[in-house]
Write a protein that binds this ligand. Sequence first.
Ligand code: GLY
Length: 512
Amino acid sequence: MLARGGNACDAAVAVAAALAVVEPYSSGLGGGGFFLLHRAADRRQVMIDARELAPRAIRREHFFDASDNPREGATVRGGTAAAIPGVPAALDHLTHTCATMPLAQTLAPAIRLARDGFRVDRRYARIAQLRESLLRSSPATRLFLDRGRAPEAGFVLRQPELAATLERIARDGAAAAFYRGPVARGMVDAVRAAGGVWQLSDLEHYRVIEREPLNFVFRGATITAAALPSAGGIALAQIFGMLGHFPPGDVLDPQTAHLVAETLRRAFRDRSLLGDPDHASIPLARMLDPDRLKKDAAGIDVQRASVLPFAAEGDTGGSGNTTHFSIIDAAGNRVAATLTINLLFGSGIVGHGSGVLLNNEMDDFTLRAGLANSFRLRGGEANMMAPGKRPLSSMTPAFVEDDKGVLVLGAPGGSRIISQVLLVALEYLRHPEVDLRRLLAMPRYHHQHWPDHIEIEPEGFSAGWKTAMEGMGHRLHVVNRRWGNMQAVFQPAGSGPAQAASDPRGGEVAWY
Ligand code: GLY
């Protein structure tokens, strides 16, 4: 799209639609997400909130039995798991507000990939293998398999019904072709057949919301990130607000890693106050108050980990679920978009006749205080599931601007998205030179208050590092796979060449 004279929004529409076809396990028309936009002409920044909505007929009883026990799997499988999708409305919105090309042009590559097929890669093959039993459970999801089994890399996946849906949207727009008419009816029928309560009016009433992004300054750099209903920007603002009271250091050095973990711990503690700002009153001013952050920072012992009454057990995050892309065009317009259908292959429900695979975003709500979701996040009252409400997210598309230039970044990975963006932003700011590939390849760690441990990737942490961290009282949990799939672009101030890099964990595919 850029080579054809389009701008960052044109490219964003095309990429979001193409990813819906070639990474059906991560994001798609049946999901939601956040698009962080920067318009070069007047530096206007806005977040397009295309987060999914709880259907209006959903009730607490759908998730609890008569004895008030949670119904096993009700937020991740079947009709009760799926929330009303936002991505198609965002494609319409971007097309009407900032793109220069019609949907017929920007959706053309996605239509071709769906209709003619594409060769699945090793990542697809591995993820389909992980979710083979879900995909075998209905004729509609068998489409993602090769004769009922997870395909090998190189298998050509064709999605003719999805191609037809994309063609309808390209011709009539998503409002008419997705949120009304046969595609909408097919989704409602599929959800209701799977025990859900969607109504056509849920789809007809879906709207994206333009929100002001979170914006703050750290050591002279301006950081812009996703606002509520993402917890990501707020966590970053709190963490940077606390870290500003300590000298800068290498995030892989145990002394700095200790501080980063302690600030992550405190930001994730506060996450339980967050939820959809249109449904709950959020004490944002108090959470971001510099004096309070200073007090929190003062409460950190620079030599000892905080002691919490929590167990250290189990993995928290994800990796292939959710996707991200970062774009800067020649004029300096930017898009950072993180999109999702939540867990790999979402709810496993496909809209009848449309090829649209639906999300299981209802799992991002809090069902009851103390009850953890798939990312082991335990929310509070503000994120309690309610009809018409958006679930709290960790997706954190972000811009970091300093004297060197501008970095556009983001990643998939559930709750670990926040620590990924944090670590890369901190190291970017610390170095006078930018080596994007090095930043994305850096080993990762994560803390989210509960469970009380630092998760670390299996490679990149020496025995000496582990001993130093444990010596400060941290419990370490080595996760058996590296996580994330960050996609970042850097545009230097002045006239130097841009850099683009894709996470080596996801395959090197950056284009520039
Ligand atoms: N579905 C994962 C998230 O939004 O954080």
